[in-house]
Design a protein around this ligand. Structure first.
Ligand code: NAD
Ligand code: UDP
Length: 349
């Protein structure tokens, strides 16, 4: 089966591409490189040859999703010459919560506008299977227990609003009855880690705001210390608790979602992808230090605006429906993330 991965050169998309190739899918990538670097292609190819995968099964198109003509060309090329595109894994999008506050137009145009173009072209070519990269950010809750898929949707920043809007749009498309759609919104919690080769990982172009890239910077001594946002949350040690999930576990979840959709006639699903385990900032620092034999100096500062104390997934739906199980621990995430950072301390520059 041929799968189109939008944003396939980004952090999560590149790991999904490798997992697709390992599972014998053919892979097409559409990426504008707005937040990735073409060097990732060389490294994907290295991993592909190290693992004796078939590199000819992967084709890459540098294009923006909003370029409808280009998208049509790609779908047409594959419907005429070869087997058509069977499914889309839609990772392309802008993802910085901070940037989205200052640039809501860019975020809405890219994340929502890009998806509308994509769905329009998919419908035109009779491609009706899509897995969308959604986010736990849409819940806008997070101070209590485990969050399940029925929790209230209430995003508190433009980025989260665009993710919720895309989910809403996909629901309308599903119920339009225009064709038998198969749609899964995978709501990621906190993806981290890297491929075990250390050749691909998270390489954001702008300023990193998430904790893992910042911890790595501190470990590399490119930053003095980690500022911990609050030590008076109602959590086990007062610091924020999150559900970190290894990017390879996440990638495996996509393959299982794809296989699940291949066995149903039509479907619309929302599924959390998280470990279901909460880790505090202090626990994370401790594991990172011990696993990698590095120092992470830190200081406590005030709470970050719009932050939550406790955001952890109820992942039982993914486990029961997709037969998915996260296999990698926080220690694995810390070690893999560090290996990638040691090899590429400045990302792909
Ligand atoms: P990323 O920025 O590393 O990858 C996104 C890729 O999409 C980049 O390669 C970028 O160049 C490309 N892209 C963006 N807009 C595009 C467009 N209009 N046309 C073509 N390509 C475009 O981000 P990521 O961490 O890999 O995240 C992938 C998806 O998962 C995103 O949609 C993100 O919102 C979502 N998500 C990420 C996280 C996270 O913490 N990383 C959490 C929840 C959800
Ligand atoms: N955090 C922190 N210092 C930082 C970045 C993050 O203390 O420099 C904390 C943050 O308050 C939260 C956790 O680390 O409790 C994860 O934050 P991140 O931004 O990575 O994920 P999100 O809050 O979007 O789930």
């Amino acid at each position: 089966m041929k799968v189109l991965v939008t944003g396939g050169l980004g952090f999560i998309g590149s790991h999904i591409c490798l997992e697709l190739l390992s599972n014998n899918f053919e892979v097409l990538v559409v990426d504008s490189l707005i937040n990735s670097n073409s060097l990732v292609i060389d490294n994907i190819n290295k991993i592909v040859s190290q693992n004796k995968l078939n590199v000819r099964k992967m084709r890459i198109y540098e294009a923006d999703l909003r370029d409808e003509c280009k998208l049509i060309d790609i779908f047409r090329e594959h419907s005429i010459k070869e087997s058509s595109i069977g499914a889309v894994i839609h990772c392309a999008g802008l993802k910085s919560v901070n940037d989205s506050v200052g640039s809501p137009i860019d975020y809405w145009a890219n994340n929502v506008g890009g998806t509308i173009k994509l769905i329009k072209v998919m419908e035109e070519f009779g491609c009706n299977t899509i897995i969308f990269s959604s986010s736990a950010t849409i819940y806008g809750v997070g101070d209590g227990g485990l969050i399940n898929e029925n929790a209230t949707i209430n995003p508190i920043n433009p980025y989260g609003q665009t993710k919720a809007a895309v989910e809403r749009f996909l629901k309308d498309v599903f119920y339009s009855g225009n064709q038998k759609w198969k749609i899964v919104n995978l709501r990621y919690f906190n993806p981290t880690g890297a491929h075990k080769s250390g050749l691909i990982g998270e390489s954001p172009k702008g300023l990193a705001n998430n904790i893992f890239p910042i911890i790595s910077k501190v470990a590399l001594k490119k930053k003095d210390k980690l500022k911990i946002f609050g030590n008076n949350w109602d959590t086990k040690d007062g610091t924020g608790v999150r559900d970190y999930i290894h990017v390879m576990d996440l990638a495996e979840g996509h393959i299982l979602a794809l296989k699940y959709l291949n066995n149903v006639k039509e479907e619309f699903l929302n599924i959390n992808l998280g470990n279901g385990i909460g880790t505090s900032v202090l626990e994370l620092i401790k594991t990172y230090q011990e696993s990698n034999n590095v120092e992470i100096p830190f200081e406590f500062v005030g709470r970050r605006k719009g932050d939550f104390g406790h955001v952890v997934a109820d992942n039982s739906k993914a486990i029961s429906l997709l037969k998915w199980k996260p296999k990698r621990s926080i220690k694995d995430m810390c070690k893999d993330s560090w290996r990638w950072n040691l090899l590429y301390p400045n990302g792909y520059v």
